[in-house]
Design a protein around this ligand. Structure first.
Ligand code: C5P
Length: 221
């Protein structure tokens, strides 16, 4: 790993807008992007495809270690198959949070993630980017928003895609995933001691991007 390559970490709960923020910051700086949640989503989806039970941790870990994962812009392929849409469903998010509790899965993903650190820099979004994976990051952001606001944003996103969804159902799923992510024994979701906590509940995404870019400029990134 090249520790001289600067990293900006963006952690936070599901639906806080991390993904959109991370992409905008990476584009503005011309840096690489790591969507670490996609890795857990892929492992969950591949378990479902291959009939591996989440109760069988040993088999889940074996599968996680064997996957050939490739990112190309917005597309992700695994062992030559396009999984880009399959990993974006609410179910895929819930399954991701199940495999993400397993220490062996996290160890396999840890190694994969560090390979994304390449010049001129990396913006990494997830749950433990600042607390575990890139502890020496030059700038750490913890992006939060109220549960209701996060459910509303997700609701609008899915509606715009023409999907029929229920707001109470989404709220319940977000609460379930948050509780699992915050309560797990390994790498629980929490701000790093040196993270800047940003509450985006009543902020536009443009305002959040500007705030983070200002912080990056302050650090000469
Ligand atoms: O960010 P995203 O919603 O795609 O993440 C899906 C799930 O993967 C999260 O709910 C969490 O359980 C897990 N995850 C994680 N650590 C990360 C990124 C995601 O445990 N760095």
């Amino acid at each position: 790993m090249n520790t001289a390559v600067p990293v900006i970490t963006i952690d936070g709960p599901s639906g806080s807008g991390k993904g959109t923020l991370a992409r905008a910051v990476a584009d503005a700086l011309g840096w690489h992007l790591l969507d670490s949640g996609a890795l857990y989503r892929i492992i969950g989806a591949m378990c479902t495809r291959r009939g591996v039970s989440f109760a069988d941790e040993w088999q889940v870990v074996e599968l996680a270690e064997s996957l050939d994962i490739r990112f190309d812009e917005d597309k992700v392929s695994v062992d030559g198959q396009d999984l880009s849409d399959e990993i974006r469903t609410e179910d895929a998010g819930l399954n991701a949070s199940k495999v993400a509790q397993m220490p062996g899965v996290r160890a396999a993903v840890f190694e994969l993630q560090r390979r994304f650190r390449k010049p001129p820099g990396l913006v990494a979004d997830g749950r433990d980017m600042g607390t575990v994976v890139f502890t020496d990051a030059a700038l750490k952001i913890f992006l939060d928003a109220s549960t209701e606001e996060r459910a509303q944003r997700r609701y609008k996103q899915l509606k715009n895609k023409g999907l029929s969804v229920s707001l109470p159902g989404l709220l319940a799923q977000i609460e379930e995933r948050d509780a699992r992510d915050r309560g797990r024994a390994i790498a629980p979701l929490k701000p790093a001691d040196d993270a800047q906590v940003v509450d985006s509940t009543s902020m536009s995404i443009e305002a959040v991007v500007e705030l983070v870019l200002q912080q990056a400029r302050k650090r000469a990134l």
